[in-house]
Write a protein that binds this ligand. Structure first.
Ligand code: NAD
Ligand code: IPM
Ligand code: MN
Length: 355
């Protein structure tokens, strides 16, 4: 038997509603495959901030440094500025553990309603299966700058985007390696017309990495045109490599094309495996539906499957996705993708299917 120590950070809102289903699915699948999970749960959240003045303890990072992986729900709640919950938990975790790749797969499952299936040419979503490789620790999400001259006529906000050669090169390297094992195509999201100074540099480094991967075709697309193409021709993509902010925007867009942001998973990866990687749904805490059994748990469950794959259990991961697909085809779906099941009912049915 193999065993793993997993840090669970349910967080706020629906984050806390989708992490227990994901953990239950891991237990169930582990049972079938001789894998045991030790879950250590942490209450790091906006609620903790309100009571204790910090999203996590000062030694929080060190507390989970030795875990095999982290499963996170989402953070963010009314009354606590998003800048506190994000800079106080999510961003420090991604950075401390050098999770410089944010991997976000997109698939249109059979049995799921996509906004595009209502369009004239519904076949557009046939065979959609691509991965966004988002740079996850630098770029537009830099720590340089801030708000100035608050309340004055000269009030302003400045943030300096930071793109480094090693930072671009390693995420591009990951994208090309991934594409080599898939359909051999990388699309790089750019804005290369030189208006944004950082992007010609991004293009240069990505092209250099491409030269080391002659078996993979590289195409660069302007971010604006690329956004349109993901809607018009989503099946055309294999691997999309993008900067932090571009990748963030594209991932919600792509998730919507695939049916719902409630399905989309992500892996914040430390490819060198020096530190734990962190798996979380792409969505946030969704205060508008929290506490009402409406959350689609598939984003979190699929993230847990990505965690299994990262830990070397591809077959077990595939079984989870197959079980989800089978439920969708049987019409067992949450409301965001055209069904009527609640979070609890969907999870119950999925666990039955796995056993
Ligand atoms: P959101 O993803 O929480 O919600 C966007 C919309 O999608 C909402 O209408 C919501 O109801 C719907 N939705 C999201 N997940 C769903 C699911 N699983 N099932 C069904 N519907 C779902 O994004 P937002 O409204 O921009 O942000 C809300 C809060 O979450 C903010 O505080 C934000 O900072 C935070 N946030 C946190 C993370 C994270 O911790 N990783 C990610 C994104 C947003
Ligand atoms: C995501 C989220 C975060 C991001 C926010 C909440 C900081 O939108 O994981 O996609 O932009 O990285
Ligand atoms: Mn996002």
């Amino acid at each position: 038997r193999v065993g793993y120590r997993i840090a669970l950070i349910p967080g706020d809102g629906i984050g806390a509603e989708v992490v227990p289903p994901a953990a239950a699915v891991l237990q169930a699948i582990g049972h079938r495959h001789g894998i045991t999970f030790d879950f250590d749960e942490f209450d790091w959240s906006c609620q903790r901030y309100v009571h204790e003045g910090a999203m996590m303890p000062t030694d929080g990072i060190d507390t989970i440094r030795g875990h095999d992986a982290i499963l996170l729900g989402a953070v963010g709640w009314q009354g606590v500025p998003d800048s506190i919950s994000l800079w106080g938990l999510l961003i420090p975790l991604r950075r401390a553990f050098h999770q410089y790749v944010n991997l976000r797969p997109i698939m249109v499952f059979d049995g799921v309603r996509s906004p595009l299936t209502a369009a004239k040419d519904a076949t557009r979503v046939d065979g959609v299966d691509f991965v966004i490789v988002r740079e996850n620790v630098e770029g537009e999400y830099s720590e340089i700058g801030g708000r100035m001259n608050r309340g004055l006529a000269s009030e302003q906000a400045i943030q300096t985007a930071v793109f480094t050669r090693p930072g671009i090169s390693r995420v591009a390297e990951y994208a090309f390696g991934l594409a080599a094992g898939r359909r051999g195509r990388v699309t790089s999201a750019t804005k290369s017309n030189g208006i944004v100074h950082t992007m010609p540099f991004w293009d240069e480094v990505v092209s250099e990495v491409a030269e080391d991967h002659p078996g993979v075709a590289l195409r660069s697309e302007h971010i604006d045109a690329l956004a349109a193409k993901i809607v018009l021709e989503p099946a055309a993509f294999d691997v999309i490599v993008a900067s932090n902010l571009f990748g963030d925007v594209l991932s919600d867009l792509a998730a919507a094309v695939a049916g719902s942001i409630g399905i989309a998973p992500s892996g914040n990866l430390n490819p060198e495996r020096e530190f734990p990687s962190m798996f979380e749904p792409v969505h946030g805490s969704a205060p508008d539906i929290a506490g009402r059994d409406l959350a689609n748990p598939v984003g979190a469950i699929w993230s847990a499957a990505m965690m299994l794959e990262h830990l070397g259990h591809r077959e077990a991961a595939t079984e989870i996705l197959d079980a989800v697909r089978a439920l969708f085809v049987d019409g067992i779906r949450t409301r965001d993708i055209g069904g009527s099941a609640g979070t609890a009912e969907f999870t119950r049915e999925l666990l039955k299917r796995i056993d």
